[in-house]
Design a protein around this ligand. Structure first.
Ligand SMILES: Cc1cc2nc3c(=O)[nH]c(=O)nc-3n(C[C@H](O)[C@H](O)[C@H](O)COP(=O)(O)OP(=O)(O)OC[C@H]3O[C@@H](n4cnc5c(N)ncnc54)[C@H](O)[C@@H]3O)c2cc1C
Length: 565
């Protein structure tokens, strides 16, 4: 089973407690049923019942507390957190979001040297609290250098916090909001914990119209002591970025959950709808749309799970995860948009109906590429790894699936956020040469032309400064990385060759699309244009393979899942 089916949960979780967490979460949603889920979504009801369930079952405490601060079964385990993210996304982004901002809020706390704050956070988590991450400000977006929240030192050694934050999830209820600011005197960065119940905390409102509370708040002469300081200077800066490094990974699995639920609704509808005396799924274009959507969805999942393996083996000597988690963030989430777009063309009017999950999915899938740094910000980051990825590989021991029940300690001591361009990767050719399939081979040829272009006609300085040009180069590089980890994981997970070739049928087309985009850029020079044209290829057509994928894997999902009414 590749795709999540909550009615037939994969029992291969690393331990009993993990299975209990997943099962009880699914039961919570299935017991309430679809009608209630959608009514609450449409009425923008704050999810007290979900938070009470989380509290009673100590779910966030188990999944997010390091073992030395929590109970016997608590740990931050990327493998099982992927599964949990996927389940929450499957039932609705608002439920996922309150969890997501809790993970973000906890990042600077677990990374801090402030033992008192950590013990307090663990206690609050055990008591069912949710947390918040106060990084963004209204005027500054991605430019966190311009942060205006300030801490002013007081004569008694304490501080006074003043300023506003914007877009802060859970800001209405969180007892510890990890708030990023600057020292008024030295200008050095600082992270401190603010409490939403403090009288100096003013909740200014919810900036969105949804079940979530995405707060804007102000601190007015809010007193801060050393007990509330989480980090200062370079450490505060690093913990902001390192927290985003960990938590942006969650976005991919949420996107997979949303797309999977949308897929079930679409196939159930289309396979049962008769038009012109035939089923909608008999139309050739509908078959093609579903097959593409399925192939892309399986690819999203294979990549995310493989990237989780690299997150879990990360160390000061192995920082490959910094490329892969950025690809999860920007590629998996944008592929989720593509999957839902494809499905929407088939489910058509039904997707607007109020008793369908699809309407929420179509809107919510858009959020994920934009949270925790936009797609552009992540491609800009990804580009830093490109030279070493193609031209300076290193030897690493091969790693298998990392599903063992273990706390991912390194994620909370990632160290300085520098030296991205020095990180080396294992040779991508190894994964590509492990599969001898027509479309994988074709994709390899496209990749070889791209690598040749980078060597013989690399982007010059002015092209490097032109983000419109260079981001397209980044899309092609991303696709190569994406394909590599998918192939690695397809082997680990025993994915049938038919599905792998179908995935690469999509990727050959994607490669061609990006090559054409690059060719069309005003700054693309004549030499690069020749390479671009060579990258444009037609996938290898194999009607039999396509027929088998449709019949055995895609159409086979008809009726496989329907949420309880
Ligand atoms: C529903 C919601 C919930 C959120 N929750 C939280 C939260 O809990 N805590 C929190 O701190 N923040 C939160 N955010 C903020 C979110 O992380 C930011 O919205 C996001 O980082 C993008 O910022 P922006 O939308 O202001 O875009 P901007 O930064 O204003 O970007 C504008 C444009 O410039 C581009 N751009 C900016 N910088 C670069 C760059 N370096 N390279 C290339 N292109 C660039 C962008 O891609 C975009 O196209 C939330 C936002 C939303 C919408």
């Amino acid at each position: 089973m590749i795709l999540l089916n909550p009615k037939n949960l994969d029992p291969r979780y690393p331990d009993q407690r993990s299975l209990e967490v997943m099962t009880s979460t699914v039961n919570f949603f299935e017991t309430r049923g679809k009608k209630r889920l959608l009514e609450d979504a449409h009425a923008r009801v704050w999810y007290d019942d979900f938070l009470n369930f989380v509290k009673d079952e100590k779910i966030f405490a188990a999944l997010l507390t390091p073992p030395n601060y929590g109970g016997g079964d608590s740990r931050w385990d990327t493998f099982r957190n992927v599964a949990f993210n996927e389940i929450l996304g499957f039932y609705g982004l608002p439920y996922w979001y309150t969890w997501q901002v809790t993970t973000l809020g906890l990042g600077p706390i677990w990374m801090s040297g402030n033992e008192e704050a950590k013990r307090r956070a663990a206690q609050l988590l055990a008591g069912g609290a949710v947390f918040a991450f106060g990084l963004s400000e209204r005027q500054h977006g991605a430019d966190i250098y311009s942060t205006e929240m300030t801490l002013t030192p007081q004569p008694d050694g304490s501080y006074m916090a003043n300023g506003e934050k914007y877009y802060i999830g859970n800001g209405n209820v969180a007892p510890m909001i990890s708030t990023f600011g600057k020292m008024a005197d030295s200008g050095e960065y600082v992270f401190f914990a603010a409490d939403s119940t403090n009288p100096h905390f003013e909740l200014l409102g919810n900036v969105v119209d949804s079940q979530n509370y995405v707060a804007t708040f102000a601190l007015h002469d809010y007193p801060i002591g050393e007990a509330e300081i989480l980090s200062k200077g370079r450490e505060a800066w690093d913990s902001a970025l390192n927290t985003v490094n960990i938590c942006k990974f969650n976005l991919g699995a949420a996107s997979i959950g949303i797309s999977t639920h949308a897929f079930y609704e679409a196939i159930n509808h289309a396979a049962n709808r008769r038009l012109y005396d035939m089923y909608v799924t008999d139309f050739p274009h509908v078959k093609q749309i579903f097959t593409d959507a399925y192939a892309r969805l399986v690819a999203m999942k294979l990549f995310t799970l493989r990237a989780a393996d690299y997150m879990r083996v990360a160390s000061p000597n192995d920082r490959r995860y910094l490329l892969y988690n950025s690809v999860v963030k920007m590629k998996v989430t944008t592929q989720g948009e593509e999957v839902v777009d494809l499905l929407w063309d088939v489910i058509a009017a039904k997707g607007f109906e109020k008793d369908m999950y699809f309407g929420s999915a179509a809107m919510e899938i858009r959020a994920l590429p934009k949270l925790e740094g936009t797609v552009h910000v992540n491609i800009a980051l990804i580009l830093k790894f490109m030279a070493n990825y193609f031209f300076n590989p290193a030897e690493y021991a091969s790693i298998g699936q990392r599903s063992e029940p273990k706390h991912d300690d390194y994620l909370f001591r990632q160290g300085p956020t520098k030296g991205m361009g020095d990180i080396q990767f294992h040779d991508y050719n190894v994964a590509y040469s492990d599969w001898d399939l027509p479309n994988v081979n074709l994709f390899r040829e496209q990749t070889a032309v791209f690598a040749e272009m980078l060597a013989a006609a690399p982007p010059d300085e002015s092209q490097g400064r032109d983000t419109d040009f260079i981001l397209t180069v980044g899309e092609i590089f991303t696709l190569v990385t994406y394909g590599q980890l998918i192939l690695e994981n397809a082997r680990i997970c025993d994915v049938p060759a038919d599905i792998v070739d179908q995935i690469f049928d999509c990727f050959v087309r994607d490669f061609s699309k990006f090559a054409l985009q690059l060719y069309s850029k005003p700054r693309c020079n004549p030499e690069q244009s020749v390479y671009c044209m060579k990258m444009i290829r037609r996938p290898v057509v194999d009607e039999e393979r396509y027929g088998r994928v449709w019949r055995d894997h895609v159409y086979a999902l008809k009726g496989a899942y329907e949420m309880n009414p």
